[in-house]
Write a protein that binds this ligand. Structure first.
Ligand code: NAP
Length: 222
C-alpha cells in the first residue's frame, strides 16, 4: 500500500543523455509531484544485443555530469553494477525495497520503449509495482498513442500516462550521427556532456583532431 510520497525512476540507455531526457524528467517530477527522480542508465540492455552500445561507465558518467545541477535528480549504478541483462522489473523491485513499500514508483521512459512493454521481462509485475510515464516527442501521432494504450492490458491502461515533451525532438541517435559527421552538438546536450564526448572520442568525434592526437585517445574511447 503506497502512501502519499512517490519517486520517479528514469530508465534509458542514455547513449548519450541529452536535454530532451532532462526536460522529460523535470516535467514528470513536477506534473506527478515526485519527490525525486532517479536516473538509471541501463547496464546491459537486453533488447540491444545486436548493436554496439557505448561502455556503461561513459554513459553513467555523462548522466552524472548532466544531472548534477538539479537537486531533485540522482543517478543510480544499479543496472551498471548488476551482472547479466538489465531487466527493468529487477530494478524496480530493488529500488522499491530500498525506498520502502509506502513510497509509490513512477517508471519514466520514452513512449516507443513503453510500446514494447509487453515483450519485457515480467511486464505484469512491472504494471503491478509502478505506474508508467511515457514521454512522447512533439507531433507523436494520436494513432501511436492509441497503439500504446492497446499494447497494455485494458485493466492497466490507466496506470500508463503520457507527457508531451517538445525537447524530445532531440534524440541520442541524431547526436551520435552529428558527432560522427563532425557537426556541432552544442545546446543539444549539457556542455559538460559535450566536452566528455569530444574529449573521450565517443561516437567517432575527436576534440583533439588535427592537434597531435596520439594513440592514447584510442585508449580512452573504450
Ligand atoms: P530505446 O529503445 O533506445 O528508446 C526508444 C525511444 O524512447 C527512443 O526514441 C529514445 O530516445 C526514447 N527514450 C529512451 N529513454 C528515454 C527516457 N528516459 N526519456 C525519454 N525518452 C526516452 O529505449 P532504451 O533507452 O533502450 O530503454 C528505455 C528503458 O526501457 C530502459 O530503462 C530499459 O532498460 C527499459 N527496457 C527494459 C526491457 C526489459 O526489462 N526487458 C526491455 C526494453 C527496454 P533516445 O534514443 O533519444 O533516448
Amino acid at each position: 500500500m503506497h502512501g502519499s510520497r512517490a519517486i520517479g525512476i528514469m530508465g534509458g540507455t542514455f547513449d548519450p543523455i541529452h536535454y530532451g531526457h532532462l526536460v522529460a524528467a523535470e516535467a514528470a517530477r513536477t506534473c506527478f509531484g515526485l519527490s525525486e527522480v532517479v536516473f538509471v542508465p541501463s547496464g546491459n540492455p537486453p533488447h540491444k544485443q545486436d548493436r554496439q552500445v557505448t561502455a556503461p561507465e561513459h554513459r553513467f558518467l555523462m548522466t552524472v555530469l548532466a544531472t548534477t545541477t538539479n537537486p531533485y535528480f540522482r543517478v543510480s549504478r544499479l543496472e551498471i553494477d548488476r551482472p547479466g541483462p538489465s531487466y527493468t522489473v529487477d530494478t524496480i523491485e530493488t529500488l522499491q525495497a530500498r525506498v520502502g513499500h509506502d513510497v509509490g514508483i513512477y517508471f519514466i521512459t520514452g513512449a516507443d520503449a513503453v510500446m514494447e512493454l509487453m515483450t519485457w521481462n515480467r511486464p505484469e509485475a512491472i504494471l503491478r509495482m509502478c505506474e508508467l510515464i511515457a514521454a512522447t516527442r512533439p507531433g507523436y501521432p494520436p494513432a501511436d498513442i492509441r497503439r500504446l494504450r492497446k499494447a497494455i492490458p485494458e485493466a492497466d491502461a490507466k496506470r500508463v500516462h503520457t507527457i508531451e515533451v517538445p525537447a524530445l525532438a532531440i534524440s541520442s541517435s541524431d547526436i551520435r550521427a552529428r558527432v560522427a559527421q563532425g557537426k556541432p552538438i552544442k545546446y543539444l546536450v549539457p556542455e559538460t556532456v559535450e566536452h566528455h564526448i569530444l574529449k573521450s572520442g565517443l561516437y567517432g568525434g575527436d576534440l583533439t583532431a588535427g592537434a597531435g592526437a596520439g594513440p592514447l585517445s584510442e585508449f580512452w574511447r573504450r
